[in-house]
Design a protein around this ligand. Structure first.
Ligand code: TRP
Length: 472
């Protein structure tokens, strides 16, 4: 099979790659979802389990994805196909996961963007009405839909401009800004009187609330937050030069991601407790509690609120472009499409799924696609609770059992020119421990979660893909 003769794109610089990969990792997962999961899963205990999965599972999978991507020099589907056709389905599952995550992600991205403007147009003036205002906003038909479309449009513009000129450039500006903004808010939060209770909530583990589904939530969140399990980091690794030290870059990206999640928790919980609010409110947490907290701070609160939602929007944007890129890169590598056309096609489909998700919060809320959930939850639960973890498990199995150990060593030491002292540890963890650990967590989680039928549907879907995508 001949591939197009055009030279494959690559990153412009090391720092550009790191910021793009960290940009992919740091997103709504860190600032929107991590705090609300922490809030509903009992605080410190959830954070501890999460950190354990980040370091024990996530980091190794990220190294594996970088290695496979760079070795193949192809995005997800092409990479697995090149090494072993029986694993092509994992790339296909990745492309499907990208579509599913992009089925709901731009909806929340649109909310974040909307809240930048709502912060200055009176949202904060009536603190008691902030919760109702959020409910009314997201269940409306046109308003959230328009914000979602603007947000998605920004993604399409960036990805259409390519790896260096679009994704890398955008990340280089937005990532440093995000850090500065979050640090300002975190400092304000921990210096409020009464902030201690919030710090205690996130630092003192209470294991009485922990069940099998807590572990699944923490594992899924680790994958989601690090952009793993669906070939996203693999695709980013495929644009990386042969001189880069993969494991060092993986460690840097992981630490950056984790620091933003913890920073978000420090920005939110001390302030939340200082103002006597409830932590376990679910997905509305940042959109209700954060503005409520800021509403009690007068003029400064308005400014901080704008800063916060700008940061949230920027973080989301550098993540969702990586998801759009997974699909775009597949169309370029495997379907030999031109970049712009590929971006528009993928983006066009996302306009449809995003619209359905957005409307599922309001007019379509009684419409359940399958197993009693609407579009938004269908896309969210299937990816976060099943596809990413199972995808990560299969990637670990593939790397550990089906790739040559010498090839991996060669790739991770840049043909012997850089050290990887922990190679044997990484290899053993990836080959034995990770598949078993994910298997155990998946079983325990599926049994204790409410949506068992949906979970089983997800697994059957993966099995069907595994059987039929060999011929691709
Ligand atoms: N990691 C991003 C976040 O935390 C979301 C994301 C981007 C993602 N690319 C991904 C999640 C790939 C899973 C897989 O918001």
């Amino acid at each position: 099979m001949e591939k197009s003769q055009v030279k494959r794109e690559s990153w412009g610089s090391r720092i550009g790659f790191i910021l793009a990969a960290a940009g992919s990792a740091v997103g709504l997962g860190n600032i929107w979802r991590f705090p609300y999961l922490t809030g509903t899963n009992g605080g410190g205990a959830f954070i501890l389990i999460y950190l354990f999965f980040i370091l024990g599972v996530g980091l190794s999978i990220m190294i594996a994805e970088f290695a496979v991507g760079r070795r193949a020099n192809l995005a997800a589907v092409g990479a697995f196909k090149k090494f072993d056709k029986r694993f092509t389905f994992i790339g296909v599952l990745g492309v499907l996961s990208a579509f599913f995550i992009m089925g709901f992600y731009p909806v929340v991205g649109g909310w974040a963007l909307a809240y930048v403007f709502k912060s200055v147009t009176g949202l904060l003036s009536n603190q008691a009405a902030i919760g109702d205002a959020f409910g009314a906003f997201i269940s409306g038909s046109y308003e959230p839909l328009i914000w979602m479309l603007i947000y998605l449009f920004a993604n399409i513009v960036i990805v259409a401009r390519g790896v260096q000129g679009g994704i890398e450039k955008a990340s280089k500006i937005m990532m440093p800004m995000l850090y500065v903004l979050l640090i300002i808010i975190a400092i304000r939060s921990i210096t409020l009187p009464g902030a201690g209770a919030g710090l205690e909530f996130i630092l003192k583990p209470d294991f009485s609330q922990v069940t099998g589904s807590t572990f699944l939530a923490a594992l899924g969140q680790a994958f989601f937050s690090l952009s793993l399990g669906m070939g996203c980091m693999l695709t980013y690794g495929s644009y990386l030069s042969k001189e880069e030290n993969l494991q060092k870059n993986a460690l840097i990206v992981t630490l950056m991601d984790t620091s933003v999640a913890l920073l978000a928790a420090i920005a939110i919980f001390p302030a939340l407790f200082a103002f006597g609010m409830e932590p376990a409110v679910g997905p509305g947490l940042v959109f209700v509690v954060v503005p409520s907290v800021f509403a009690q701070m007068g003029g400064l609160g308005v400014i901080l609120s704008v800063i916060f939602f700008v940061a949230l929007t920027l973080a989301a944007l550098t993540s969702s472009v990586s998801l759009l890129e997974v699909v775009t890169a597949y169309l370029i590598d495997e379907r030999r499409m031109e970049r712009k056309k590929a971006t528009y096609l993928a983006g066009g489909i996302m306009v449809i799924t995003g619209t359905l998700s957005s409307l599922s919060m309001g007019v379509l809320s009684d419409f359940n696609i399958l197993f009693g959930v609407g579009f938004f939850d269908f896309f969210d639960i299937l990816t976060d609770k099943i596809f990413l973890a199972i995808g990560g498990m299969v990637i670990a199995i593939f790397v550990g059992w089906f790739m040559k150990k010498e090839d991996l060593k060669d790739e991770l030491t840049n043909s012997g020119t850089v050290e990887f002292g922990l190679f044997e540890v990484w290899y053993a963890v990836t080959k034995y421990i990770i598949p078993l650990a994910i298997g155990a967590v998946a079983v325990a989680g599926i049994l204790s979660i409410e949506q068992t039928a949906l979970m089983i549907f997800g697994i059957v879907l993966i099995a069907v893909l595994a059987i039929f995508s060999k011929k691709l």
